[in-house]
Structures are given as structure tokens and as C-alpha cells.
Design a protein around this ligand. Structure first.
Ligand SMILES: C[S@@+](CC[C@H](N)C(=O)[O-])C[C@H]1O[C@@H](n2cnc3c(N)ncnc32)[C@H](O)[C@@H]1O
Length: 395
């Protein structure tokens, strides 16, 4: 590992973002100081978040970033820099093709040589999260699976290609071992759209992540999430189900990862905290959690290793805006607060219908265009024939 960089945190009103390694920084936070942790850890082996430092070479070079992880190995082999059986996931040793600088290992999580090491690092981080969480606190973790295809082509791959690693389950199982004391309360499926395109035709396209709910104790701060009950009497509500159909954040983004949408974060915050409570995200990325926390009147602590992401996130926080919160609002029911979550599914059904109608119109239009083309062609042929026969058009 390279030495831990010391960069001043970015402080705002009710918020602080540490530009740091999650584990190291968490160790410095006091016990039981946050109410809720909402985070999405880096996926395993999907991307390099550009947090490594470089040794030797030209200090003024912008260093050609390592290619996508899947290409990394081919590239290194082509250049004959590393042996064939070295895992592509090694975090260090890659040479900048422009100046020859050598990439040093960094604190980044997600580029470990195998999933056991990755899960172990996450486990270390969330052991600290347990300590800093209040006794009635809740930890929400958005986590997805990945395929083994591009990761390990070495002589002893962890899994042959075409296998899911089963990361969410390995992670949850790890957090249930004795050195953790979490309660694993629920597994919400975030059915996301649009799905990431994938050419595979021998399996379904992946379109979900898990949102795990862990708590420190058996009972905890929680305001029931409810949703409008369909086919029931007006204004009736039902307990929120654990499959959420939510669109990915589609706003143009400078980030390489999926930004958590408000439609996910807002209900989680409202369900597990009160105003002025502190919300923590140890893998803050674009500070989407921070943005939602502040606009809902909470405080925010973010930790992010990539300085650019941290600064871009902080800039978003400084622009105060009301939460759009279109899918969550609080209701009073006999004095008890509840969180009403609108179903995006209903909206989407409407949109699907419109799309279908549009597609039909386009099809109809095409058919008409074809008929016009055919008519024009026939007219041309007739004119040509008339000319050849010396007839005037209209004869
Ligand atoms: C999936 S992204 C988080 C996205 C975020 N939830 C959002 O909505 O914008 C994971 C983030 O973890 C950061 N990261 C990776 N390793 C880290 C570490 N050791 N400490 C802190 N942050 C780290 C990456 O730079 C990346 O920004």
C-alpha cells in the first residue's frame, strides 16, 4: 500500500466529506455517532476508480489510465510486462504506456485478486460501521453480483468463466459470522431499468441489485414504509413489498458508477431516521446519499477515496435544493409516522403503454410511407411507359 494521503475534509453546513480510505477514516469516528449508514460498495472487479499513485516515470505525465479491467490482462501480456498467470485484478505493477511510471497499490476496494479478499475487506469496513452506528441504527447496503468471465484467466481461476460469484450472499453470510453481531433484517430487490445491455443469449439479462437491511439490535428506529394498495378501498395502504422497480439515475453524469437514485435513498432515510440525525456513506461516490440526507434535514458524513468524486459530490451538496422526493412522503396515521412510497411500476406501466402506442404509430407510418413509395414508383413506371409509347401523361 502507498502511504495514506492526508487531505483536508470538505466541510459544509451539516455535512463533511472525508477524502480517505473508508476503513482508516471510520476507525477515527466515535462509537455510536451515526444513526444510519446507506452505501453501495464498489462492485468486485468492474472498474478502476483511478485512485492509485504512480512511481518513477514522468511526474508531469497524466499517465495513461489502465484500460478496462477486462482488457487489462491482454494489454499487459501484449507488452510482455507480466506473466500470463498473474491475476488481472492485481492492483499494482501496471506500467503507464506513455512514461513508464509504475502504478503503486492503493487503498481502493474492488480490485482484490479474489472475492474472498474482497469480502474480507468489506467485512472489516462494516465491522467499524457497526461500532459507529447508534444502538437503534440501521445499515442499508446496495450490493450487486458480477460474473467471473473477465476476471481470472490465470492457471488457477477462482471460478471458470460464465459463473456468478454470488457476492451478495457471500457478503451477507460473512456479516452473520461471530465477529459481527448484525441482524440481517431484509433483502430488498432493486429491479432496475434500463438494464445494462448484455449480449448473452443463454441467460436472462441481469437487472437487479440487492438492498440489504442490517440492524444492530432486534428493535431499532424504523417508520413503516407503506405503499398505495391496489384493488383495495381508496386511500388504503399496504406494507411495502421487497421488490422495488426503480429507474437508474439517468441524469448525465461524470461518474463511472451507478449513482443511487433518490427514489431509493429517500425512503430509506425517511424510514430509519428523524430530522437532524446523521447519515453515513463510507463509499460516498457522488454523494447522492448526502444530497438526499441534507434535503431531508439530516446531517451527512461521506468518505470517498477518489478526490475528484469527493469534490464533485461536495459541489452538489453546496447547491441547496429541496428534495424532489417524488416517491416518498410522510403520513400521520393516528399519530404514527409512516413513509408512503409511490410505486414507480404504476408510472412505468403508463409509460410502457405510451411507448407501445408510439411504436404502433411508427409502424403504421412506415407502412404508409411504403405504400406512398410504391405508388410513386408505379406512377414513374407509367410515365416512362407513356413516354415510350409517345402518349401524353393523362392520356
Ligand atoms: C459504487 S460507488 C458509490 C456510488 C455512490 N453510492 C453514489 O450514488 O454516487 C463506490 C465508490 O467507492 C469508492 N471507493 C473505493 N474504494 C474505497 C475505499 N477504500 N475507501 C473509500 N472509498 C472507496 C470509489 O471511488 C467509488 O466512488
Amino acid at each position: 500500500m502507498t502511504e495514506r494521503k492526508q487531505i483536508d475534509p470538505i466541510e459544509g453546513k451539516n455535512s463533511i466529506i472525508y477524502i480517505d480510505d473508508a476503513l482508516e477514516r471510520l476507525r477515527e469516528l466515535p462509537d455510536e455517532s451515526v444513526q444510519v449508514c446507506i452505501t453501495s460498495p464498489p462492485y468486485y472487479g468492474m472498474r478502476d476508480n483511478q485512485t492509485a499513485t504512480w512511481e518513477k516515470g514522468d511526474p508531469n505525465c497524466d499517465h495513461r489510465p489502465p484500460p478496462a479491467i477486462s482488457q487489462l490482462r491482454n494489454d499487459t501480456l501484449q507488452h510482455g510486462r507480466r506473466r500470463a498467470d498473474v491475476h488481472v485484478m492485481d492492483n499494482a505493477g501496471y506500467e503507464c504506456s506513455k512514461c513508464g511510471a509504475v502504478r503503486a497499490v492503493d487503498y481502493q476496494i474492488g480490485l482484490e485478486p479474489g472475492t474472498p479478499q474482497y469480502i474480507e475487506r468489506l467485512s472489516d469496513v462494516f465491522r467499524e460501521v457497526y461500532r459507529v452506528l447508534k444502538d437503534d441504527g440501521v445499515f442499508w447496503c446496495v450490493i450487486g453480483d458480477v460474473y467471473s468471465n473477465n476476471h481470472h484467466k490465470g492457471e488457477r481461476p477462482e471460478l471458470p468463466p460464465k459463473n456468478l460469484y454470488g457476492i451478495p450472499f457471500k457478503f451477507a453470510t460473512r456479516l452473520l459470522k461471530e465477529d459481527h453481531k448484525w441482524f440481517f433484517r431484509s433483502d430488498i430487490i432493486w429491479h432496475m431499468y434500463p438494464a445494462n445491455p448484455n449480449p448473452a443469449k443463454d441467460r436472462c439479462t441481469s437487472a437487479h441489485d440487492h438492498i440489504f437491511q442490517f440492524t444492530k439490535r432486534k428493535s431499532y428506529k424504523y417508520y413503516q414504509m407503506v405503499t398505495a394498495a391496489k384493488d383495495m378501498r381508496d386511500n388504503a395502504v399496504a406494507n411495502m413489498r421487497d421488490v422495488w422497480y426503480v429507474q437508474k439515475d439517468m441524469s448525465p453524469s461524470d461518474y463511472d458508477f451507478t449513482v443511487l437514485p433518490e427514489a431509493i435513498v429517500n425512503p430509506l432515510i425517511l424510514a430509519s431516521s428523524d430530522e437532524s440525525d446523521t447519515i453515513l456513506d463510507p463509499f460516498a461516490g457522488s454523494s447522492a446519499v448526502g444530497k438526499a440526507a441534507l434535503s431531508l434535514g439530516r446531517k451527512y458524513i461521506g468518505i470517498e477515496l477518489n478526490e475528484n468524486y469527493a469534490r464533485m459530490g461536495a459541489a452538489k451538496l453546496s447547491k441547496r435544493s429541496m428534495s424532489l422526493a417524488p416517491f416518498a412522503l410522510t403520513l400521520n396515521d393516528a399519530g404514527k409516522r409512516r413513509v408512503l412510497v409511490y410505486r414507480q411500476k404504476d408510472k412505468m406501466d403508463e409509460i410502457e403503454k405510451l411507448r407501445l402506442r408510439e411504436a404502433l404509430l411508427i409502424k403504421k407510418n412506415r407502412r404508409l410511407e411504403k405504400r406512398v413509395e410504391k405508388l410513386e414508383e408505379t406512377t414513374r413506371d407509367e410515365r416512362r411507359y407513356a413516354n415510350e409509347c409517345g402518349l401524353q401523361s393523362g392520356d
